[in-house]
Ligand binder design. Structure first.
Ligand code: SAH
Ligand code: SF4
Ligand code: F3S
Length: 475
């Protein structure tokens, strides 16, 4: 079949330069205003917090165009699937979902289905969607979110499918509308992209180069959230510790933490910290500001130096453990979580044992564990791998058992204690029970009366499980 569209390119997306990223300001062309009047939209979000925040931007743009949100695919005139490409499992799930929408489109030909997010940045995915999933009308990439009004307008006026995916380093776009999905907790981007190029990871290709927002824009956004009554912000970046390095302003993440803390917001969190540039200014800022929450996510990925080297993680086992010990000592009472990949190409039994022993050493509060998934276009996808799937699954299971053991052990210290919980709302599982998180990011389900989303309440912990706590409201 002849292609009349431009495919994205992971090769182009790999390029980096030292130039400062452009700062642009979003403007809506008058001709797009009101194109959504009387129409409804539904957004499905996969992947990390960066995607969650992008979906809020898409919702903000659609609201500005006159669309209204709705609570199911069936009612929608526009459906957006915001995708994740980090592992094959995530991608297969999306393709299944897109497949299932075929029927809906058949019954409602005016329905517009959009595929957005990290999968849209992959040439293979775009080819598959264009050739096999004709129900998809619009594909737009992570650098093209602000083109959504134009793309919708073009589909309405031309009745043609549209693709816009730039494989570029990316800009910083400010003043983009946002409709936040929560009224008490907010995601705040502090930087975009990633330049670490861990050999297994697709993110540097799908999100472009590491680029920081200006501190004035970030602080203004947090101040605005405080005025609107928000209780918590989570500062987002693939590697927040590198904040500001590209701007060369002698203003680092530690400085930003102090300034965000000074806004008076009740709770501050941040993800993700790469062990590479966790510096002392950061540690001091975390120590000095009680509204920075006692929780650190510090991905280790592997406990074996040789594997870490093949992963291009830029630290050895010893360096990770010594940073971890230092943080543990300097920040008493903090909870620590991590990410771990098992079954990296040719990971030996000994190398896996090193990961287990690192887990024994650190006794993490929790760990997100994954079986390595080859991502086309990344260096590790070409590495020889003699380890079979069964071995990898057994390793994951053994690892998960140890993770659950330490998660439970860490939670025991909360038994009978009174903790502060920021209320998210009624629990998903039980409609008479509320849920929320402690400062250490422990999920608490509790009974009580007259509690609202966004309240900061005291809860006595009555029961401890590995991955959550149960309790009752202290009157
Ligand atoms: N920027 C973050 C991670 C973002 S991706 C960091 O560096 O910590 C979230 C997690 O997904 C990673 O920490 C890693 O554990 C996992 N991951 C990334 N690529 C993967 C792959 N190809 N296979 C399996 N897990 C992967
Ligand atoms: Fe991926 Fe590594 Fe960047 Fe994290 S730091 S997003 S794992 S390349
Ligand atoms: Fe997935 Fe993209 Fe986030 S690949 S993890 S949605 S940056």
């Amino acid at each position: 079949m002849k292609k009349d569209y431009k495919l994205p390119s992971l090769d182009d997306a790999r390029k980096r330069n030292r130039e400062l990223s452009q700062k642009l300001s979003f403007k809506l062309d008058d001709k797009y205003k009101d194109i959504g009047k009387g129409k409804k939209y539904f957004i499905i979000t996969h992947g990390c917090q960066a995607n969650q925040r992008d979906s809020e931007t898409m919702a903000g743009i659609l609201d500005t165009l006159g669309y209204e949100s709705c609570d199911s695919e069936k009612k929608a005139d526009v459906i957006i699937i915001n995708t994740c490409a980090v592992r094959k499992g995530a991608e297969d799930k999306v393709l299944g979902e897109v497949g299932a929408l075929k029927r809906l489109k058949y019954n409602k030909p005016d329905l517009i289905i959009c595929l957005a997010g990290c999968m849209a940045q992959e040439e293979e995915t775009v080819k598959i969607i264009m050739e096999k999933y004709r129900q998809v009308d619009i594909i737009f990439g992570t650098h093209n979110i602000t083109s959504l009004p134009k793309l919708l307008y073009e589909v309405y006026t031309t009745k043609q499918r549209k693709i816009e995916v730039y494989s570029k380093m990316g800009d910083i776009v400010e003043s983009v509308p946002v409709t936040r999905f929560m009224s008490h907790k907010a995601w705040v981007n502090i930087m975009y992209g990633c330049d670490k190029f861990c050999t297994y990871c697709i993110v540097p290709y799908t999100r472009g180069k590491e680029r920081s927002r200006y501190k004035e824009d970030i602080i203004y956004e947090v101040e605005e959230l405080v005025r609107q009554g928000y209780k918590e912000v989570c500062l987002l970046g693939q590697n927040v510790n590198a904040y500001g390095k590209d701007l060369s302003l002698d203003y680092t993440f530690g400085n930003l933490l102090n300034d965000v803390a000074a806004t008076g917001i009740a709770r501050i969190r941040f993800v993700t910290s790469h062990p590479w540039d966790f510096d002392d200014t950061m540690i001091q800022a975390i120590k000095n500001n009680p509204n920075i929450m006692p929780y650190i996510h510090l991905p280790i990925q592997s406990g074996n130096t040789e594997i870490l080297k093949k992963m291009n993680r830029r630290y050895t086992r010893e360096e990770y453990l010594s940073l971890f010990d230092k943080l543990k000592k300097e920040l008493p009472g903090f909870a620590f979580t991590t990410d771990i990949i098992v079954g990296f190409p040719n990971e030996s039994d000994e190398a896996f044992e090193d990961t287990l022993s690192a887990v024994e050493h650190c006794q993490f509060d929790n760990a997100f564990t994954f079986i390595y998934s080859p991502r086309e276009g990344t260096p590790a996808a070409k590495f020889e791998d003699k380890i079979d799937r069964k071995t990898k699954e057994e390793r994951l299971q053994r690892l998960n058992e140890r993770v659950a053991y330490y998660a439970n052990l860490n939670n025991q210290k909360f038994k009978d204690k009174v903790v502060e919980v920021l209320v998210d709302g009624l629990s998903k599982r039980n409609s008479n029970v509320y849920s929320g998180y402690t400062p250490e990011n422990k999920l608490v389900n509790f009974t009580g009366n007259n509690v609202k989303t966004g309240d900061l309440v005291k809860v006595r912990i009555t029961e401890v499980m590995s991955f959550s706590l149960n309790g009752e409201l202290v009157e």
